[in-house]
Each structure stands twice: as structure tokens, then as C-alpha cells.
Design a protein around this ligand. Sequence first.
Ligand SMILES: [Fe+2]
Length: 347
Amino acid sequence: METRAKARLLIVDDERSIREVLTRTLEHEGYQCETAAGADEALELLSDGSFQMVLSDILMPGRTGIELLEDIKRDFPDVAVAMVTAVAETGTAVDALRRGAIDYLTKPFNLEEVLLSVERALRQRNLELANREYRDHLEKKVEEQTDEIRATFMGAIRSLAGALEAKDRYTRGHSDRVTEIAVIMAGRAGLSARQVEQIRLAGTVHDIGKIGVPEAILLKPGRLTEDEYGLVKLHPDRAERILEPIIRDRRVLAVVRHHHERFDGRGYPDGLRGEEIPLGARILAVADTYDAMTSDRPYRDGLTVEQARSQLLANRGSQFDPALIELFTEVENDLHCCPISDSRMAS
Ligand SMILES: [Fe+2]
């Protein structure tokens, strides 16, 4: 914050005698003054950003002080502007104040009054700047803390998802493997880095809604009854509701919600069909099913890679987006040349 000794003032008046008397008075009080004879000259001087306040005449040849005031408020909003004029008109004064002038002085002026006005204006300006700085700082702080809380929540959700899978040796590491396959597919599909990240996040937590499904059902060593399957089918919607307060990106939530939709519209929870299903969800559906098929289940051994591939091919156009099955067969070699995860083998 500037002290009086440092404050730089710009005096704008077409009359040299006024410029001189104001400069003399204000410099005597320790202010640094510059002068301009008109609006254009004033704007040029202001462009170096070193002034804290302008005292400007209203009626000048060329552009008026009111026009100058508007330019200053637009281009240099931190500069305080007091209008000085010979016309003691309430209308003009109100107009100037409405347009952002901090004060309005009439000529012939009392020099004491000018000094008081400048002091008051600078104090008010500095207070406003300090308030704004404080508010910006506070907003930034709140934002940082919100991000931190969100990240903590997200960490908790991820570990919850991991813990959920770890209970069952058949699903251990499932979300990580699904995410890796989906990310490889998304990359090959030419999606943007941002979209790939959305899919990565959705993949990590896509089954978090299973937290509401009784363990007896999740770990059941056999086929599910219709009622049991009905409960399992609630998990995408539940996942969306769990994640909603933490994940702001609606597209990530949509990928999670729709990862069990089918291309032919017979999936859940909303029965979306074809391209109504978000692309990320269509990709995740392929990766999810592939990993589920190649994993052992309590009631059957995992399919071989060849069997899983032919299942995917058999269901293109019905369960899966045919273009994505094609894409999957293209990236399949990448999956096998660099094993995506060995957690399944370890379990
Ligand atoms: Fe799922």
C-alpha cells in the first residue's frame, strides 16, 4: 500500500494555472505529481501504470473529463479519479460519481479541501484494493481447500473400490485392469487427453455402487436369482449418486452410469441405445466384459483370450458398439505383449 510520499497523482486540466497551483499544493504535501493538458495526454501517461489517482477537469477542449473518467475506469480500474470543475451542477456531479468518480470538487476550490479529498480518496482506494486482495486470497484458499477435500474423498473412494474388489479373489484388480484396457482403447480411438483422463477416472470407480449390494450376492458361488440380479443392476445408479458430490465432471459420471448399457438398447439403467450411450461408457463396457470373461468366477473358470474375443465378436451390434469391437481386436495385441496386470495371476 502506498504511503503519501509514494502516491503518484496525475492532474489533468487545460488551464496551466490550475495545473500549477494543484501541483504546488500537493507536492508540498509529499505527493508526486504529473500533469496533462487533455484526456489523450492523460491516458498516455497513465499507461505506465504508476499512478494511484487522477484529478481531472471536466470541461476541456477535445474529449471531456467524463469521457476520460470512463476510459480510466475501463482500462485502469485501480486508479481513483476525482473530478474538478468550475461548473457547480448537481447533475454533472451525480453523473461523474455514478460513472465511478471517487469525489467531485468545484472551482474555485479551497486547497485544504483538495488535500482532504485526495487523502480520503487514496485511503478509500487502498482499502478497496486491500479488500479485493483479501477476497481473492480467501477465494483461492477456499478453492485450494475444496480441491484438497475432493482429492481426499476421491482417495477414499478409490481405496473403497479397491477394498470392495479385494474381498473377492475373483474380482481383485478388476477395475485397474478394466481401466488399463479402456485407456488403451480410448487412446487408439483418437480421443483427446482430457477424454482419456475422464475414462481413466470412470474406470477406476465404475463399480463403486456395488458397495450397496449385499456381500452374499456379490460373493455368491453360483448364478444369481432374478431378484438378486435386480439388486446388482442398481449399482451404476448408486455409483453415480455416491460420486456426484465429489466428481464435478458430468461426463465422468455419465460414463460410470452407463457402463452397463447395451448397443441394442437392452442394457441398464436407462436402456440407452447406439450413440445415445456416451462413447466412454461404450468403451468401458467392452473392457469390463472382456476382463470379466477372462477372469475366473466362483462357478466357472475364466475364458481363454480366444474364447473371450469370439464372444465379443458374436455380440457386436447387440451388446457392443461394432466399431469398438473392431478397435478392440486391433489393440488386443498391445494388451498381450505387455501384460496389463498380473494381480489376477497372483490371486
Ligand atoms: Fe459394473
